[in-house]
Design a protein around this ligand. Structure first.
Ligand SMILES: [Zn+2]
Length: 222
């Protein structure tokens, strides 16, 4: 959930600073989970048919991208509880909402891994801009990840009712893979409808245009 022109918080919350060598244990656990994420081939086919271009082939690629580019992943205060994570291009940082610091929930740790995957998708083009198409691409990552994680440990995501699950990764995955796409179209339009349908790095698909134009009856054509 990228936000452009995000405010740069130069504050150490609770006096804690994190370095690459002193990573928060919850972030470290989420990064280990990210490394293991794989996508189902049928899911990849489906999202591509829908119009998405997933920026990574699996979680390990995203993990390597983060490490190789010196991107930090940190808990930080975000403007609202509905912003679970954010890519901050100026500070080369993926910010995770600090309300999940100290979580003991496996489901929340997996949700942080999914959110990190999504934000790494935004980071991949090395800019701080976004478009509806870029969001669709990044949302395909966490939506596919959610399905394979849930298949590996059925019901895991129902063990906690945190906002990052309820109104985040659980919700997006179910809408993305729903036969009726109107929920996804309306949700993405509400959150990102102010963005252009596409941009030079992410040319708009018919799906991105349908979201921009508010066509909830869009269907995939073979
Ligand atoms: Zn996003």
């Amino acid at each position: 959930m990228v936000r452009v022109n995000s405010i740069n918080f130069n504050v150490n919350f609770r006096g804690q600073t994190q370095s690459k060598n002193n990573q928060d244990p919850v972030i470290s656990a989420a990064m280990e989970e990210l490394k293991k994420i794989k996508f189902d081939n049928n899911d990849v086919k489906y999202v591509k048919k829908l119009g998405a271009k997933p920026p990574f082939k699996n979680g390990h690629q995203a993990y390597d991208f983060i490490k190789n580019n010196g991107i930090q992943v940190k808990f930080m205060q975000l403007p609202s509880d509905d912003i679970h994570a954010q890519w901050d291009v100026n500070n080369k940082t993926i910010k995770i909402n600090e309300r999940y610091r100290d979580t003991k929930s496996k489901a929340v740790i997996l949700a942080i891994a999914e959110s990190t995957l999504h934000e790494a998708g935004h980071a991949k083009d090395l800019d701080g801009d976004s478009s509806i198409q870029e969001e669709i691409n990044c949302l395909s990552l966490n939506s596919m990840a959610h399905r394979t994680l849930n298949a590996k440990d059925p019901g895991i995501f129902e063990t906690n009712d945190a906002n990052i699950l309820k109104n985040g990764v659980n919700l997006y995955s179910s809408m993305y893979f729903d036969k009726d796409l109107s929920g996804l179209i309306e949700k993405v339009r509400k959150s990102y409808g102010n963005l252009p349908a596409g941009d030079s790095k992410h040319p708009p698909s018919n799906f991105a245009r349908a979201i921009k134009n508010g066509e909830p009856n869009f269907t995939i054509t073979a």
